[in-house]
Design a protein around this ligand. Structure first.
Ligand SMILES: Nc1ncnc2c1ncn2[C@@H]1O[C@H](COP(=O)(O)OP(=O)(O)OP(=O)(O)O)[C@@H](O)[C@H]1O
Length: 238
């Protein structure tokens, strides 16, 4: 797990507007692709634009768009910390409800990326609470898996699907385990437990982890959700 040890402030929202930040990360070629002498069809040409290097003829190419623009893109050799810093940190640390979500086809790197982003975000949130002893924090952690329209608690040995209930505050997952974190070691242990349970359950990693951060003198309660989904029905990993 990494932390930058910096002392940034949690981002206060300028107003209540909703913001969506869309970024793209290219996956490096895997062993099989390299053995086949495949070449990547996609290339980042700057921080915001990727191009499709298709095999169409020059005349055909003009029929199809080849450049796509996003808030940010990351090349296949971009380190995880940079992806977190530039693509997720601001969202993860905002003091309003925030969600970091990965979308892509199977084997595109959702689990790889989200696992690292989650670790960076959790470490930062915990370290931030430790650096600001003048404020009182309550950190709560829960993790759930959504698969085939069933919701399961990843912090519970009971894999019975949980019910979703409507609440004036939003949708609530009934009986979802919520652990209050006393130390960073417990945070890391809980996260490890989630990863192990996912392997045991053999679910694709379509999970949502939520870290609640309440500041008792600060009125605001923060909810961060980190999740991913696959475009395909089945995961490549099972
Ligand atoms: N940026 C990256 N750098 C190095 N390896 C990567 C990267 N992204 C993905 N991989 C590797 O590619 C493989 C597939 O990635 P991953 O399991 O994260 O895909 P996924 O999108 O979660 O797939 P699925 O939808 O099937 O669960 C893994 O072996 C992973 O380690």
């Amino acid at each position: 797990m990494g932390t930058d040890g910096g002392d940034e402030q949690m981002q206060e929202p300028a107003n209540c507007e909703e913001r969506i930040f869309v970024s793209v990360r290219l996956r490096p070629l895997n062993g099989k692709e390299i053995a086949r002498h495949d070449v990547s069809d996609w290339e980042c040409i700057n921080d915001n634009t990727i191009i499709y290097r298709n095999s169409l003829s020059v005349s055909e190419r003009s029929l199809y768009p080849t450049a796509y623009t996003f808030d940010r893109d990351f090349s296949s050799d971009c380190p995880n910390q940079q992806v977190y810093e530039a693509g997720a940190k601001e969202v993860a640390l905002s003091v309003v409800s925030a969600c970091v979500f990965a979308y892509g086809q199977t084997s595109s790197g959702k689990t790889y990326t989200m696992t690292r982003i989650t670790e960076y975000a959790m470490t930062y949130i915990y370290d931030y609470s430790q650096r600001h002893k003048e404020r009182e924090f309550i950190l709560k952690f829960s993790a759930l898996d959504i698969y085939n329209e069933s919701v399961r608690d990843l912090l519970s040995a009971d894999s019975t699907p949980l019910r979703l209930l409507d609440d004036p505050e939003g949708t609530v997952v009934e009986k979802l385990t919520e652990e209050t974190l006393q130390t960073g070691v417990i945070l890391k242990s809980l996260y490890l437990c989630v990863k192990v349970r996912k392997c045991l359950n053999k679910f694709p990693f379509n999970s949502i982890m939520t870290v609640y951060l309440s500041m008792s003198r600060c009125i605001l309660a923060t909810q961060r959700q980190i999740g991913e989904t696959s475009l395909n029905e089945t995961s490549s990993r099972y």
